[in-house]
Design a protein around this ligand. Structure first.
Ligand code: XIL
Length: 411
């Protein structure tokens, strides 16, 4: 049987070879989900194809020669799989839709994808009595076509509460609505999700509570036990996915992030004490070039504490915001951005409990850091060069920094 572990160990090339041997057909025939995510059949799909936005038979694309040179055995995933890691990226389905080159690039470079927005409440729930799975189904189909694992993101996030829900009357049973949502969404994709970011960004010390919980919509309407509820319900809906608590602001050695790390660990310890199903911790990894703070002992100790709790760590949304760089020269900026990746990954990848590294996007053509009006940015009219591939999908210094750090991993 072809399991996730085997495919990850052998890398994408092996996965592709299996595909040629009828792997996809065997996946469809697999009905009983495995008991553990590590034994997961990659994207065994119990559902019929619905609303496919992305082609089942990819259009061959011609990637630049520099990009072809880093495919196959030279890809991020091929290197990652030799060091106990899976390499991945966030994907925006509508951006991928008419872009065969991007589809090919993702298939060649990565072993796992995460939908950037498509599984969030705002995307899935246009109205209280409606679900829209068009884009998320397309993402799962894309992953199946290319034998990629899928991370789920996210079931409860303060920043993706639809307007109709925010404005809902006090009498609405939000607890029941949330539980039903999780059963429907996590249930729909049960057995096909490697790991779920069950709760995203629940900690905010600045909100002034003793337990450091963010006073989010979910917190206000359900109470502090909403976190346990969401994890328990997710486990019922998909007992195979690794349930992940995902948060930002834990990367740097500074007082603010020291407090955030302590607060998150305390939340997680409490959950373990209460026997809440929890398998992993996501470190978003939105880091900054030219930051006055450094990355070192704080992050290393945090990851080690998580390891000692028996949990895995995933680097879930890595990118570099370069707004603070005051020089404009592209080569100089790329060098500094790559150094920032290196400083972070050298520390983060040193611990064997770190099992995956995903960037929040593939190429500078598409980064959330460029969303919104440019005049709000510190460097107006200067698109960010935050990701491993440039706008023409050529690998940048960042790509090579990532690959070097993966190769340097002793774990
Ligand atoms: C971002 C998306 O990339 C944007 O397109 C969207 O407008 C807002 O959300 N942390 C997270 C992600 O956990 O879900 C966020 O994604 C980026 C920050």
């Amino acid at each position: 049987m072809v399991t996730r572990r085997r495919v990850l160990t052998q890398g994408l090339q092996a996965g592709a070879a299996l595909a040629l041997g009828g792997f996809a057909g065997r996946c469809l025939a697999q009905q009983t989900p495995p008991s553990h995510a590590d034994e997961m059949i990659i994207n065994s799909a119990p559902h019929a194809r619905t609303g496919a936005l992305l082609p089942a038979t990819p259009t061959p694309a011609v990637l630049p020669k520099e990009t072809q040179a880093v495919s196959g055995a030279n890809s991020l995933q091929a290197h990652a799989s030799k060091h106990g890691l899976v390499a991945g990226t966030a994907v925006v389905v509508r951006a991928l839709q008419h872009d065969p080159a991007m589809q090919q690039l993702i298939a060649e470079q990565y072993g796992v994808v995460v939908p950037g927005n498509e599984l969030k409440w705002v995307a899935l729930r246009p109205a209280q009595d409606q679900f829209n799975f068009t884009d998320s189904d397309a993402l799962f189909e894309f992953a199946k076509t290319h034998h990629l694992l899928v991370r789920g993101h996210t079931l409860a996030w303060h920043n993706s509460v639809p307007e109709w829900l925010q404005k809902s009357p006090k009498e609405l049973d939000v607890r029941k609505l949330l539980v039903d949502h999780i059963h429907t969404v996590a249930g729909r994709y049960s057995g096909r999700v490697h790991s779920w970011d069950v709760v995203n960004e629940a900690i905010l010390p600045a909100d002034g509570r003793e337990d450091n919980l963010r006073k989010s919509f979910w917190f206000e309407r359900i109470g502090p036990d909403y976190i346990d509820l969401v994890f328990r319900t997710a486990h019922e809906a998909d007992p195979h996915a690794k349930l992940t608590y995902n948060d930002y602001g834990v990367e740097y050695d500074n007082p603010d992030e020291t407090a955030r790390r302590a607060a998150i660990l305390s939340l997680l310890r409490g959950m373990q004490k209460r026997n809440v199903p929890l398998h992993a911790v996501g470190i978003q990894s939105h880091i900054k070039a030219g930051s006055p703070s450094t990355i070192g002992k704080g992050l290393a100790d945090y990851i080690e504490s998580v390891r000692q709790m028996g949990l895995e760590v995933y680097l879930t949304e890595l990118d570099v915001n370069e707004d603070d760089l005051l020089f404009n020269d592209v080569a100089e900026r790329d060098k500094e951005i790559a150094k920032t990746y290196r400083d972070f990954l050298t520390v983060a990848l040193a611990n064997p409990t770190v099992k995956s590294v995903l960037t929040w996007g593939v190429s500078d053509r598409n980064t959330w850091l460029n969303d919104g009006p440019t005049h709000f940015r510190k460097q107006p009219n200067r698109p960010q060069r935050s990701l491993p591939f440039d706008e023409a999908y050529r690998p940048k210094e960042t790509f090579f920094a990532m690959r070097d750090c993966i190769d340097a991993r002793k774990a």
